[in-house]
Design a protein around this ligand. Sequence first.
Ligand code: ATP
Length: 510
Amino acid sequence: MANNDELFKKIVAHAKEYGFIFPSSEIYDGLSAVYDYGQLGVELKNNIKQYWWKSMVQLHENIVGIDSAIFMHPTIWKASGHVDAFNDPLIDNKDSKKRYRADVLIEDYIQKIEDKIGKEVEKASKRFENFDEAMYRQTNARVLEYQAKIDEVRSRFVQAMNDNNLPAIKTLIEDLGIVCPVSGTRNWTDVRQFNLMFSTQMGSTAEGTDTIYLRPETAQGIFVNFLNVQKSGRMKIPFGIAQIGKAFRNEIIARQFIFRMREFEQMEMQFFVRPGEELKWFEYWKAERMKWHQSLGISAQKYRYHDHEKLAHYANAATDIEYDFPFGFKELEGIHSRTDFDLTAHQNYSGRKMQYYDPEQGESYVPYVVETSVGLDRTLLAIISDAYQEEKLEDGSIRVVMNLPAFLAPYKVAVLPLVKKDGMPEKARQILSDLQEDYNCQYDEKDAIGRRYRRQDAIGTPYCITVDNQTMEDNTVTIRIRTTMQQERISLDNVSKRIAELLKESRIVK
Ligand code: ATP
């Protein structure tokens, strides 16, 4: 764990040093849980968006995209349940004045017991040959005791949450003797519900203003446009509507860099299906979305599903795709079978019919919906966490390299004249201007060539083209491949074609 903490710190520092991600408003000491994407971060983010859009929208005949406004009619959030139920329970420690999510304090407590079980299992596995872990977990007295404690805490917690019984949550925290990690005391305030939506005023006069919300998810913009898109696009069920956009949540505690932010981006797709067919489509999208993540070149072991036992009020099936971040497995994407909850709610609140006439069945109905909702920032964090590597080279030196999938890398090619004379810069700039039409390229003539290669390694540029003395004689250049550091010499006429080939090869599903 300590190593992973160290690694995570390095990734955050690297992201800043090379212009991927900066803390927001840094010269004013930052704004908590808000980040800015720098010159490289924005390129990487755009490439991820394009890749998602291509695979979800453009490669599906029956999925189209929209871009709805962030501001929406306030009643939408009443209908969706966000005004009444988009809450987290919060608690303050009176001594440290620090604020916590009560549910997270309890989850952390449970995690500690789980870690203890993990240690027991690990110890036993070393002690016994042919160790049967499942059997050990079912029979070892100490493990059973720990597990009973976990079950008891969970059941009291779930009961209290279901009953919205905030005093019972406080009592649980007190009974468990949970202390504030900062002050070390148990001097807690009462637990309160805290709505995560940001609100603001719309309108220019005090009397005529309306409270509106910054959307906490992009999905509702899709639901309220469902009939507009269906009719104008003559869409037939099953079909999907996708959207990429900003969402805002006033998260109580924001931790772990861009994992939990107050302003972030989602890539969502709502798939409208016949009632009764939703679970079939849920399974379909569950598998498809896992394939998508693995197509980023990240190994399958880094992902897992987490099926929900306790379902949200709108869902009849739900799973998360989790990624093994440096701080552990955490949610990256949610896939939910949302039933007809949202469309029916909008029908009731707006008084407009939200129905689809199914020509094959000869009847009208409110479609059911399967949602895939992935955080763009969390996807980017998964990609850079996977890509960041420190390699020990033969000469003993360390190479920091971002092994980004080539098709997502901010720059595809760097063009480098070996020296700043003998016509090499001019030649290199000529190559650059030819390649720029098709690829995002960088030109660099400063410092020794080895240092320039390292700079490109550090930002993940997959291919470096070097103009040297031989280029001036026979119009050939070298292409250096980031991952292997190998070089090949090819004729200038073939450069663009070769890069296209290499980029295509880089899209391998692992
Ligand atoms: P969590 O349990 O981590 O708060 P959630 O279950 O509330 O997430 P959803 O409402 O399902 O998340 O949102 C879909 C996706 O949006 C998440 O899987 C995640 O990738 C992303 N997301 C949600 N909240 C944030 C946030 N505060 N910062 C960055 N990404 C987020």
